[in-house]
Ligand binder design. Structure first.
Ligand SMILES: Cc1cc2nc3c(=O)[nH]c(=O)nc-3n(C[C@H](O)[C@H](O)[C@H](O)COP(=O)(O)O)c2cc1C
Length: 369
């Protein structure tokens, strides 16, 4: 088996690797363009962009302008494939999506909520709609609703398992038993779910596996299961091109396995992060009064929130990690150096090629490759 290309609608990436969107300001133009330049799909996160402190009243306009500028910057750096990641929980998500489409983005990745109305927001069939799901049930709900209401299908799914970074589509209870939700179980389930819709719409619905994919052996395992590619985020944080501050990357390099914890986010979902001074202080402190000028999230219960997630993520990406929330995937502790995107992708492809050359399916499906 040779390294397959990743096809999503009319888009053809030379390598089956999508760099996952990372808000706030962790994956912007620099990282996304570097990945796209290497033949993968680079994803800009639309979350928390712009000089938000300048004026809460202008939040909507400022964040859209900043997204527009970020897309143009990335486009000036590469002709490769760029995607933009959106969160359903964000108040102005519709205008952000509109902005990305106006700027010619052909792949919209949508998470943190089921995007039931996405085809209405993006009627142009040349724009690929890629929901993020964590179960076959969620994929089925989306496919059924889109087929009925819009006679449209998803152009691909990102299937995010429980080892991923950032907000997670699993309950705290489910996260106690991650082995029950391993990608090895979820990928075949989602493939089975999309099959009748592929037949109905006469097109492939690729499934892209995400969450804990660390090396080329992991990628090979997902491809052998039937995934068309993988989405990786944590590994791309410790690259020179990643847009986060050096201190953010250093937190990854310093992290031990036991420092990686599940937190309760004001978004209303669990999230995975590194237990740093910010989280330790939060455990000790009386719940502080959160002052919120933006109302950026529809689901945020400001009165109950222990912290402002937008501010905590902004602090972290700027390098004030002692006052910031450092999201990461379960495998962040394995990273021990910062490398270029080019070198990282070369390493992954080398491992992937070696793993795919093996013919013993038992070896190929084992976690060690
Ligand atoms: C720092 C960080 C921030 C993230 N932010 C987002 C986000 O804003 N939206 C989103 O859909 N996923 C987000 N994710 C999830 C990634 O896009 C990706 O699917 C997941 O982390 C893949 O697992 P891995 O990190 O183990 O490779 C984030 C992940 C990390 C590590």
């Amino acid at each position: 088996m040779s390294i397959p290309k990743l096809r999503i609608g009319d888009l053809i990436a030379d390598i089956p690797i999508v760099q996952g969107g990372m808000g706030v300001r962790i994956s912007m133009a620099s990282l996304a363009a570097a990945v796209a330049e290497e033949g993968g799909i680079g994803t800009i996160s639309s979350i928390g962009l712009g000089d938000l402190e300048r004026g809460a009243r202008d939040y909507e306009r400022v964040s859209c302008e900043a997204l527009r500028a970020e897309i143009r910057k990335a486009r000036s750096m590469t002709q490769g494939i760029l995607a933009v990641n959106f969160m359903g929980a964000v108040r102005n998500v519709e205008v952000l999506v509109e902005t990305a489409v106006e700027e010619g983005i052909k792949m919209i990745v949508f998470g943190a909520g089921l995007p039931m109305r996405l085809p209405e927001m993006v009627p142009d069939p040349s724009v690929n709609l890629v929901p993020i799901v964590s179960s076959a049930r969620a994929a089925d709900l989306i496919l059924r609703a889109w087929a009925k209401r819009y006679e449209r299908t998803a152009d691909a799914f990102i299937l995010e398992g429980p080892l991923a970074g950032g907000h997670l589509g699993f309950s705290r209870d489910e996260l106690q038993h991650v082995e029950d939700f391993a990608l090895e179980t979820l990928v075949p389930q989602v493939l089975e779910t999309v099959k009748p819709y592929e037949e109905r719409h006469g097109k492939a619905i690729p499934v892209i596996a995400a969450g804990g994919i660390y090396d080329g052996h992991d990628i090979a395992r997902m491809l052998r299961l039937g995934a068309s590619g993988v989405q990786m985020a944590t590994r791309f944080v410790c690259t020179w091109e990643c847009d986060a501050a050096k201190a953010f990357k250093q937190t990854y390099l310093d992290a031990r396995e036991e420092d990686i914890v599940i937190i309760k986010s004001p978004v209303g979902l669990p999230g995975r992060a590194i237990r740093n001074k910010f989280l330790v202080d939060l455990e000790k402190a009386d719940p502080p009064q959160v002052h919120c000028p933006y109302h950026c999230l529809t689901a945020c219960k400001v009165a109950e929130a222990k912290f402002c997630i937008a501010q905590a993520l902004l602090n972290a990406c700027r390098g004030d990690v002692d006052h910031g929330l450092v999201f990461c995937g379960q495998n962040a502790h394995r990273i021990d150096k910062i490398v270029s995107v080019k070198d990282l992708i070369a390493e992954l492809l080398g491992e992937l090629e070696a793993a795919l050359a093996k013919t013993d399916p038992r070896t190929d499906l084992s976690p060690e490759g």
